[in-house]
Design a protein around this ligand. Structure first.
Ligand code: 9MR
Length: 385
């Protein structure tokens, strides 16, 4: 029985009960009627298959690697993409549009255009938003990384940034990735490449959470990282840090695993156990960036066996999250290969998302949908019992 889950739902519980009454979600264009059975035309949707209070999300494509690709900004220009985004998902995460280099391009200038558009889109479509991210070693603007700031100035800059960005969306963001990727794979704090920790010391992490909480007391504040799906040196480091911060009364509310997986490696079979140990500390947990890449054969077309293995990974990550009461947010890092970051960053790998470049659903999509349906059915059974 997902007691905590039901208790923690606010905004979008109501949303999931609504008949998705948005223009984008209801109008069935002619193209849909001609679509093959395995396209997005089928009536069932991930967001409505999910148990009550469980948010199925996706990254919203734009910025970052997309800027070097030969297509226009996906979220702004791709109507088909937006339609599926609205229909299928109950939560959205700006893929790049709330990162420092995007939203704060000059010292005295913020650019909220894209972030505002995503938050408005989410509200129109009864979706919640995960904010990403406030304190990170990557995708910081040059003016910040190369600026010659004193420690005092840097601290003031971070505080101003967090207060401004979190404050702007106060009450409209369900979860914030306050601190992203602050440990390396050995579980050592990034004291060199993270400008904040390097220049201001580890205590700045607690301050970032405090400032975010002041700016939006309702938002759940998370640590977020990759390679922390298993119990390992890196997730151990988070486990220790979180206990320390909670003991000091720092407003930390969640721990999330990104889950950028590859079928090249074995499945992290202790994912559920790992989430449970953070749950036991009283934290919410979440899966925030799931994708499952693979080595592509020369033809570029994966085999059926590869597709099945991918579907199995997707299903097992979802099952692990569903099994943990306080894991209420499950986000995939984009839903279509059309806009995936994977081929841009990993040569020879791809096919990482649940839909092809033409938005055709893969076995992985059905694995998610069926797992959600099954969980919802069990949940309803528990409530009746
Ligand atoms: O998907 C994002 C891509 O568009 C950017 O170019 C890239 C730059 O680092 O960041 C990607 O998103 C990352 C996320 O913000 C944090 N976790 C790892 C993700 C994949 O690199």
């Amino acid at each position: 029985m997902r007691s905590l889950r039901l208790a923690t739902v606010t905004l979008a519980t109501a949303a999931l009960c609504l008949p998705l009454a948005t223009g984008a979600a209801t109008a069935a264009p002619p193209a849909d009627r001609k679509a093959p059975p395995h396209s997005h035309a089928a009536p069932d949707r991930l967001r409505s298959a999910a148990p009550e209070g469980f948010f199925v999300g996706t990254a919203v494509a734009g910025g970052g690697h997309h800027l070097s690709q030969d297509y226009p900004d996906p979220f702004t220009h791709d109507k088909e993409y937006r339609k599926i985004l609205a229909r299928q998902f109950g939560s959205v995460s700006p893929e790049n549009q709330m990162k420092w280099d995007f939203i704060h391009p000059e010292r005295d200038r913020y650019d909220f255009g894209q972030a505002d558009a995503i938050v408005r889109f989410a509200e129109r479509n009864r979706q919640v938003v995960r904010g990403h991210t406030l304190l990170w070693h990557s995708q910081n603007p040059e003016w910040l990384e190369k600026g010659d700031f004193s420690a005092e100035e840097l601290r003031a800059l971070l505080r101003e940034h967090i207060t401004t960005v979190v404050g702007r969306y106060a009450g409209r963001i369900q979860q914030w990735d306050v601190a992203n990727e602050i440990f390396d794979d050995q579980g050592r704090l990034r004291t060199q490449d993270n400008i904040w920790i390097r220049e201001l010391g580890p205590g700045i992490v607690a301050d970032a959470f405090r400032w975010a909480h002041e700016a939006d007391p309702e938002a759940k504040l998370f640590f977020n990282d990759y390679n922390v799906e298993s119990v390992n040196a890196k997730s151990d480091a988070y486990h220790a840090l979180v206990q320390d911060l909670l003991a000091q009364g720092v407003p930390v509310h969640g721990f999330s695993v990104q889950a950028h997986l590859s079928t090249r490696y074995g499945f992290p079979g202790d994912l559920e156990d790992n989430l449970r140990r953070f749950d036991a500390l009283g934290l919410e947990t979440a899966v925030t960036e799931l994708d499952v890449r693979m080595d592509l054969p020369e033809s570029g077309v994966p085999t059926k066996a590869q597709e099945r293995k991918q579907a199995d990974y997707y299903r097992r990550v979802l099952q692990a999250c569903l099994a943990v009461d306080g894991c209420n947010s499950f986000t995939i890092w984009g839903f279509t290969d059309k806009y995936s970051w994977v081929p841009v960053f990993f040569e020879g790998e791809g096919f990482a998302n649940v839909m092809t470049e033409d938005f055709v659903r893969k076995p992985a999509f059905y694995a998610l949908r069926d797992t959600l349906k099954e969980a919802a059915r069990k949940d309803r059974g528990h409530r009746r019992g």
